[in-house]
Design a protein around this ligand. Structure first.
Ligand code: ADP
Ligand code: MG
Length: 439
């Protein structure tokens, strides 16, 4: 079969030792592979990263020679998608619910404070020092990967260390608990967990949206805890009043207390975060490299951590500090992976939001200036960020032939070349579109 043929070919190109070490442990994932996509599996992340970068193009060469199509080669890590711990509800008879699944490394000390998060940090700290008395409830809100869970758990860690009882739960898991206890008719246990605590910390409360049963239960939980002076802290991806599908009475309760927004970190904070994470990981990076990472990646700290741990793996494999070339290589892979998940539709949505218009208007024949501009931006970004050909883009807009698309692309490319402000704007938009969503 084709993978054996690939192995034979590689054997002629690399040493036996290399082959045994790096290629032999790989598995070909035939089920997931297509003519333009080759999926391999490695037993650990070191190897996956190594094979991807060192042999990826050799492997692509081989398939291209065999089939005439050059595929994307992806090396996945075995079991990487496996479910993590977290669901603490054991099913079946005697379902017991435990609460706290706190990550001990999420502390106030390990949180880098900058302008973007100072306010939320101060509120969270005050809450932990004055449980139920300083601000109650607190809602920490903001975008993805910028420290909401970290601060929430920092409150939990301090509280738990004071021998008080903490219930920390992701809202999704709270929903699972709720449905399961309803089914088993053991709601008293649910209530025991969520109401018998000094602090109830609910992460990603936007998941309450549209879950009426859970909202009702949560409302009563809230009332009871609040009236007993127990602390409630929530996180959400937007301010409570913007969360759709949330009852007015819950919204109004959430607004009683303190809202604390976290903004995406600015460059300086990103640099400080990178330095701190390097200390934790015990890696040394030149200033030039730190600045390069901070300026190339957007504002998601989780993503920054991902890149740093890749760099760490590399250094461990190579046994020497990372050079700027290695880092550029890693970032290239990283950014490319992100791009693979972008569709014309996701671009259109982002542009529509930015330009304040509807997708249906953009797809219509409207000549309104704003809408024409939005259309051009989508075409430009679709060419830049996705593999879509001109005809496919034309099809998206319901156009018969793609000459209009080519024309729009040329026009906007020219505008961008001559207008630095506009270029900045469209680059920022591209960055936003390419930002990964939370897993
Ligand atoms: P969110 O809940 O907002 O999506 P997280 O709190 O899970 O984001 O943060 C993502 C990762 O980034 C975590 O590992 C967290 O420790 C780290 N992180 C985010 N902001 C900071 C910060 N200011 N200082 C240190 N680490 C941070
Ligand atoms: Mg979170």
């Amino acid at each position: 079969m084709i993978f054996d043929a690939l192995c034979n070919e590689l054997k002629t190109r690399i040493s036996d030792d290399e082959f045994t070490r790096y290629i032999a442990p790989l598995k070909f994932l035939e089920k997931y592979s297509k003519s333009d996509y080759v999926a391999l599996e490695a037993p650990n992340p070191y190897l996956a990263l190594w094979v991807q970068s060192k042999y990826g193009s050799k492997i692509a060469d081989f398939f291209e020679k065999e089939s005439g199509i050059r595929p994307n080669v992806r090396v996945n890590v075995k079991n990487a998608g496996a479910k993590k711990h977290g669901d603490l509800l054991t099913k079946g008879e005697g379902a017991t619910v435990k609460s706290t699944a706190l990550n001990l490394s999420y502390t106030f000390d390990s949180f880098v404070v900058g302008n973007s998060n100072k306010f939320a940090y101060t509120v969270a700290k005050a809450v932990s020092e004055n449980l139920g008395a300083a601000y109650n409830p607190v809602v920490i809100f903001g975008g993805v990967g910028i420290g909401k869970t970290h601060l929430l758990q920092a409150i939990g860690n301090i509280t738990a260390s004071q021998r008080k009882s903490v219930t920390y739960r992701k809202c999704e898991h709270m929903l699972n608990d709720f449905t399961e206890h309803m089914r088993l008719k053991t709601m008293d246990r649910f209530r025991d967990q969520y109401r018998n605590c000094d602090a109830l910390l609910v992460d990603d409360a936007q998941f309450l949206s549209g879950k009426e049963g859970l909202q009702e239960e949560f409302f009563n939980t809230f009332e009871e805890l609040h009236s007993r002076g127990k602390q409630i802290v929530l996180t959400a991806d937007q301010p409570p009043k913007m969360i759709a599908g949330l009852t007015e009475r819950l919204k109004s309760r959430f607004m009683w207390g303190q809202l604390a927004e976290i903004q995406p970190p600015e460059l300086e904070t990103k640099i400080a975060i990178i330095k701190t994470k390097c200390e934790i990981l015990k890696i040394t990076l030149d200033k030039e490299i730190v600045n390069y990472i901070a300026s190339r990646l957007d504002d998601n700290v989780r993503e920054i951590e991902g890149v740093l741990s890749n760099i760490n793996l590399y250094c461990a494999m190579l046994g020497r500090p990372a050079s700027i070339e290695v880092v550029k290589d890693i970032l290239k892979n990283y950014l490319r992976d992100k791009l693979e998940n972008i569709t014309i539709d996701s671009i259109a949505q982002a542009v529509a939001k930015e330009m304040n218009c509807k997708i249906s208007e953009i797809k219509s024949k409207s000549r309104v200036q704003q809408i024409v501009a939005a259309r051009k931006m989508i075409i430009y970004l679709a060419r830049k960020l996705t593999q879509n050909s001109m005809p496919l883009i034309a099809e998206y807009f319901g156009m018969k032939d793609h000459s209009a698309v080519s024309h729009a692309y040329r026009v906007i490319t020219q505008i961008i070349e001559n207008d630095a402000d506009f270029k900045l704007k469209i680059d920022a938009l591209a960055g936003k579109i390419a930002a990964p969503k939370e897993p």
